[in-house]
Design a protein around this ligand. Structure first.
Ligand code: ADP
Ligand SMILES: O=C(O)C[C@@H](O)[C@H](O)C(=O)COP(=O)(O)O
Length: 319
């Protein structure tokens, strides 16, 4: 069946307000530049720029911020038919960032009662999910009901229609009540997903432990549905584990780093783009790392997403 989308993501689209003045704490910062943010939204914005056809499912506030996000998604040609406008006064999330140094950035999120966590299962439609090759679920969408049930419904519909599910662990501590609770939902969804992408720390959250070890993590998860697990280790690179036992190591590329956030979202966008275009996992790891190297050298996460040509040029220059 010819499908309309390569990937549809479920989760949050929000606002990033990134400090314009660099290398000082937020207490002193007076100027912030506004961008669309939210990890799953960033991923489909990036994947679209890299050439995939993408759609987004999420809930936005019925206000200036919600309209800013909607307009940006439309401008970037991310399909918004799955986007719902909140009619109960819930606000879209805000993320203020401070860029203290090239290796230290902090994010201060305003996510009290946010609109994205009010996406409900009634707002998830099989006809829409059916039209995609991959469904991406952000771990944060599982943090609270009814968004949790909405994400689970999307997962069930993907499974029913034999659509591979990618879980991006995307752990945001303040959205959850406890690590215990997070580990339960992370494990349930990870066990039912085909591809998992997360940092080593995020897999520790999934396992509800500290200092976990990759081989033990993947051996446990491979007892269930996952076929491919990507574990990221920041500047040290990343590993892809296949169910058949293959382990592929990916290196990080050199970058003139401005800030650290945005790496994970650009990595996921490019990794998925490569997979969808039929590239090898080794190449997908390169695309992911190269896209991240480009985004950490720029000011935003969404607007900074590179094209496939830029990704390939960076790989050619550094390999
Ligand atoms: N400072 C950096 N310079 C170059 N590449 C980086 C840097 N930080 C991260 N990356 C790349 O981005 C990937 C994902 O980064 P990581 O920090 O593990 O994820 P997240 O942003 O989700 O926490 C890394 O595997 C690496 O390839
Ligand atoms: O995900 C959010 O809500 C905020 C993002 O838009 C922000 O840019 C960010 O934290 C990116 O996350 P990362 O790619 O995992 O570093």
């Amino acid at each position: 069946m010819k499908k309309k989308f390569d990937i549809i993501a479920v989760g949050r689209a929000a606002i990033d307000l990134n400090a314009v003045e660099l290398h000082q704490p937020m207490e002193k910062t007076k100027n912030f530049k506004k961008y669309v943010g939210g990890s799953p939204a960033n991923i489909v914005i990036g994947a679209r720029k890299m050439g995939l056809k993408t759609g987004f499912i999420g809930k936005l506030s019925d206000d200036q911020h919600g309209r800013f996000i909607m307009n940006y998604l439309e401008e970037k040609d991310v399909d918004t038919r799955g986007v719902v406008i909140d009619k109960e006064g819930h606000k879209s999330g805000l993320a203020f960032t401070e860029i203290l140094s090239p290796s230290e950035s902090n994010i201060l999120m305003y996510r009290q009662d946010v609109a994205d966590l009010y996406l409900s299962p009634e707002e998830i439609f099989e006809d829409y999910i059916k039209q995609t090759h991959y469904l991406l679920i952000s771990g944060t969408a599982l943090a609270q009901s009814p968004s949790r049930e909405a994400a689970l419904k999307a997962l069930l519909l993907a499974r029913k229609n034999e659509i591979p599910v990618i879980m991006e662990l995307d752990y945001r501590e303040y959205t959850w009540y406890s690590r215990e609770e997070t580990a339960i939902y992370y494990q349930l969804v990870a066990q039912q997903s085909d591809i998992l992408i997360g940092t080593r720390d995020e897999f520790d959250v999934l396992e509800n432990k500290q200092g976990g070890e990759n081989q033990a993590t993947v051996s446990e998860l491979f007892k269930y549905r996952p076929e491919l697990i990507v574990i990221k280790h920041g500047v040290e690179g990343s590993f892809a584990y296949e169910k058949n036992g293959n382990i592929i190591k990916g290196k990080a590329y050199k970058a003139k780093v401005m800030k650290t956030f945005g790496a994970g979202d650009s990595y996921a966008a490019a990794f998925i783009t490569a997979l969808r275009k039929g590239e090898s996992i080794k190449t997908a790891l390169k695309y992911g790392a190269a896209a991240a190297a480009i985004v950490v050298s720029k000011h935003s996460s969404s607007e900074a997403m590179p094209t496939l040509e830029e990704i390939k040029a960076l790989i050619a220059a550094q390999d």
